[in-house]
Design a protein around this ligand. Sequence first.
Ligand code: HAM
Length: 415
Amino acid sequence: MNCKAPRGTHDIFGINALGMSILEQKSKQIFIKHGFEEVRTPIFEDASLFTRSIGQTTDIVEKEMYVFEDRKGRKLALRPEGTASLVRAYIEHRFDVSYPSGKFFYTGEMFRYERPQAGRYRQFHQIGAEFYGSLSPSADAEIILLACDIFSSVGINQIKVHINSLGCQKCRPLFRASLIKYFSSVSDLCRDCTRRLQTNPLRLLDCKIDVHKFTDVPKMEKFLCQDCKEHFNLTQTLLKSVGCAYTVDPKLVRGLDYYTRTVFEIRSDILGAQDALGAGGRYDNLVKELGGQDTPVVGFALGSERVLIAAKKSGFFDNLNKVEKIFIAIADQELFSTAFAFCVKLTRNGLKGNNNISVFGPVDNKSLTSQLKFADKIGAAKTIVFAKDELEEGKVLVKDMKDKTQSEVLISALL
Ligand code: HAM
């Protein structure tokens, strides 16, 4: 049997699992402060939900979805993102009628069949938030600032916020037509660009292969209608009003088709090639397109693995190891149950009130030497040794594993 996780997937344990939980907890605290409520949707959905919302000609739908048939021949897909699932849930539970101005967040695994590399996986985690029912630019600004707050809560302060506006149904067709005209005049387009020229010309703007051929590309900014222009300007004014630095990036088009008006991506230089920590934008037509009431939405999602890579590089993990490991050893097998009872008290009450500890031991039938070796191996800061002579006086031996000193201490002074 091949004991290896499938390509592009990974096991998360130790400090990385702890980091993941802390990131989720901190995000939840920030979401709750902003009035967002948690929603958990299934890991798989009807495949057509993603095709219809993310877009038939996007990379995700064309080549990255894990699609399968169940025993009844239903075509299902492992979710590649959380936005579409939440829209489906929002409509299914009639929130569009009963709870039109809702704020929701989610965390969980997403699946995309991409070429794995550092920061890009086939199974990864996202933390996302979606603000339903507000057309106001303040909702766009709130979402962007909320994402920045999450990054800073795990020590990532060196970020770059890129924003753009993709306009609306009224003004985007003019931009689209102008792009088709422009790109048609460029010779030797790559295969993807040639294929997408008519179906999804916006995507050519972020083509990594042909980018050098595109000089003087038409900019959406020039085509924005009055409403979209005002929306974009006010979003920027609000970001500026709280000192949030950003760059207007006309090439930012995003790889999902549902966006209208504001789109954004938050990047970090310390990540390397896969530099997007998180991204999102406004999608005012999707709820209606999927059968719900006309409801504008703006949201974002971050990639937990990438955020944790950046957090680690920013030194955030250095403080996570601060839990003091304490090993309980026995010099005599008869003392096992006494040491066990002490262990239980220690885990419940802490060491002299310090609850920032983790307790290991006692272990059965091992020599004291091998117990001490084990304590070293797990990185214990202290080993508390139960020995007959000391115990008769109500004492134990406390060994400092780093400087190898030891002292006799009253048990009552430890608990
Ligand atoms: P997205 O840009 O496809 O947007 O993904 C959001 C974030 O998920 C990315 O910025 C990245 O950090 C992470 N991510 C994406 N693919 C991978 C991967 N293969 N491996 C590791 N991390 C990855 C969305 O998914 C939209 N649903 C965001 C949104 C929410 N827009 C509006 N609301």
